[in-house]
Ligand binder design. Sequence first.
Ligand SMILES: Nc1ncnc2c1ncn2[C@@H]1O[C@H](COP(=O)(O)OP(=O)(O)O)[C@@H](O)[C@H]1O
Ligand SMILES: [Mg+2]
Length: 325
Amino acid sequence: MNLTQLGKYELLEELGSGGYGTVYRARDTVLEVVRAVKVLHPALVADRQFIERFTREARYAARLKHAHIVPVYDLGENEGRFFLAMEYLPGGSLNDMITRQGSLPFGRAVEILGQVAGALDYIHAQGLVHRDIKPGNILFDESGQAAVSDMGFAKALSGGSSSLSTSGGMIGTPSYMAPEVWRGKEITPATDVYSLACVFFEMITGQVLFEGDSPPEVMTKHMLDGPQFPQHWPEGVPDRMEVILKQALAIEQSKRISSPGEFTRMMNSLNASYKTKQPIIYQAHQGVGEGQQVKGKFNKQQKPDTIPEQDSIGNNSSKPMNIPY
Ligand SMILES: Nc1ncnc2c1ncn2[C@@H]1O[C@H](COP(=O)(O)OP(=O)(O)O)[C@@H](O)[C@H]1O
Ligand SMILES: [Mg+2]
């Protein structure tokens, strides 16, 4: 049956379908605004326990207020259909972006990482864990700002209370699921760090890090094999990146980078130091005649006006800056 109306929402077009339901671009006919409406799969609606948990989690999601979290506006039931109305993000998902253009430039990947990490640090500070961080749950607005969606779905499926220490079932999307999720062990903010690291790898390579023909095959890769990195990273990816990525993907949570913010800070410092390694033409302002080109100490083709931080304070610019690990 073609669904065109759901209570006050006029469904305009189908945007996509995922594990929990089908998402439509919709018009709220009372407020006269466009929203995204997710209509839950009938099988989930039949599970009243799921609906109860989901309602509880959606209430948490509705209270969250962050520039990089997709706002939830409404939750309802209409003629047996259960739906969630949220902000409509016209820029598509990170999954669409990677499918369309393949890998992203390192700087852009770090920028998206920072926005998503900000949202995750905020969620963690509220005592919540997202549990289903993946490219399909990172959406973009018209100006390319990223926002995290689907807060609470994974939690609602796993059952249990909202406490961070609750051990959940096998919830999430296999390619991005941390080893502790497969094992049914304690879920912590580091669980989201692991998934975020899988997403980061995908942004910079255009490839899914943990892939297989079946969930057990993917599970083996997460739990026993660990990440397999390419011999050569794409142009523009700093060498030391791999060390940080490995720490974010540690099988043991205790050895993993513990927060998304910390993971971003490490990648950011790498990005900053990498930039200073780019060849430059330096037109000095300080102590050198205006417009005079200075060679030797500075690399060759960096934009004029850009003073390489480390050289200016006498350090060796060929070494990455203080990477805290
Ligand atoms: N708030 C939204 N605004 C715009 N598009 C959305 C929104 N939420 C979801 N979508 C689109 O619908 C698709 C399906 O979403 P979803 O059911 O959550 O599945 P998944 O997260 O597995 O991709 C997403 O990939 C995205 O393209
Ligand atoms: Mg989703």
